[in-house]
Ligand binder design. Structure first.
Ligand SMILES: Cc1ncc(COP(=O)(O)O)c(C=O)c1O
Length: 283
């Protein structure tokens, strides 16, 4: 079952007017929230980022956090499976086609759930491959915008090169992946680009840094030059649905010794431990 504008219904019954500004302009924002054992993971953080995205596009949040919490709980309840990923999508609503914001229009709110499968074990034992590409997106990559055409084109470049992810470089520095954040390990230190307008502030990015700090893994947040990315001992990609994955091949070359590195193994263990603890907590 999906949720659309106040009602739960089968996906097949859901329909959107063609003049929805999400369809016409890509005028909207979204969130992806994992749920483990039917409990949303890092919900407060996801709702905070949603608020940031809505504020950035001048769209009033159609729900309070408590309302979102109840809707999300109901969405999980309407769908089978212990682990689900929840997709929330808000557009500026339906109006005559005109770029400027329409007045008095109700936003469109859509939510769906899909089964959340953990990354296949071989992705962790062998790693994934990536290519570097020029980050040619706009300068508000901190907004989780539904206008994903640049990300779609960048990811397609990776797929056509036989790779899993595109690692994006802007003006000689690492930004993020086409649908993930990227960490670099060099000489035992985890390097991460700073959260700014050039990348999405990943919920997993924050969690990885939090887990590293708690376990005494050295981290350094700051601009990561392309040369360091290309000479990394380890590269990781992170996202809510893919967790933490090692990138072991970059532009056809082995990253480090071509095997997932020791800090990846340690971080993955911390991540799995954290997930398990959160799942055991009563809500
Ligand atoms: C462009 C981009 N950066 C980073 C991320 C990772 O964010 P999160 O960890 O919140 O899933 C995503 C998530 O899909 C993304 O699309």
């Amino acid at each position: 079952m999906i949720y659309l504008n106040g009602r739960f219904m089968p996906l097949e019954e859901a329909a959107i007017p063609v003049l929805d500004r999400g369809f016409i302009f890509g005028d909207g924002v979204y969130e992806v929230i994992p749920a483990y054992s039917r409990l949303p993971f890092r919900l407060a953080e996801h709702l905070r980022r949603l608020q940031h995205s809505l504020d950035a596009i001048g769209l009033k949040n159609p729900h309070t956090d408590a309302e979102w919490g109840a809707l999300i709980e109901a969405l999980i309840g309407h769908n089978a499976g212990a682990d689900q990923y929840l997709y929330l999508h808000i557009t500026r609503g339906v109006a005559k086609r005109d770029h400027a914001f329409p007045k008095g229009v109700t936003p469109t709110v859509f939510m769906m759930s899909n089964p959340l499968l953990p990354p296949a074990p071989e992705l962790k034992t062998s790693g994934v491959s990536a290519i570097t590409v020029i980050d040619n997106r706009w300068l508000r990559c901190d907004i989780k915008s539904i206008s994903l055409l640049p990300n779609v084109l960048l990811r397609q470049q990776a797929v056509e090169a036989g790779a899993t992810e595109a690692v994006l470089l802007r003006d000689g520095f690492l930004t993020e992946g086409s649908a993930s954040n990227i960490f670099v390990v060099r000489d035992g230190i985890v390097l991460a680009p700073p959260k700014n307008n050039l990348m999405l502030p990943g919920i997993t990015y924050d969690l990885v840094l939090e887990l590293a700090a708690a376990d005494g893994i050295p981290t350094q947040i700051g601009p990561v030059p392309e040369a360091i990315v290309k000479r990394a001992d380890e590269l990781w990609l992170t996202s809510s649905t893919r967790e933490v994955l090692p990138i072991t091949v970059l532009d056809g070359q082995a990253v480090g010794n071509g095997r997932p590195g020791p800090l990846f193994t340690r971080m993955d263990a911390l991540y799995q431990q954290y997930k398990a603890t959160v799942m055991r907590q009563p809500s």
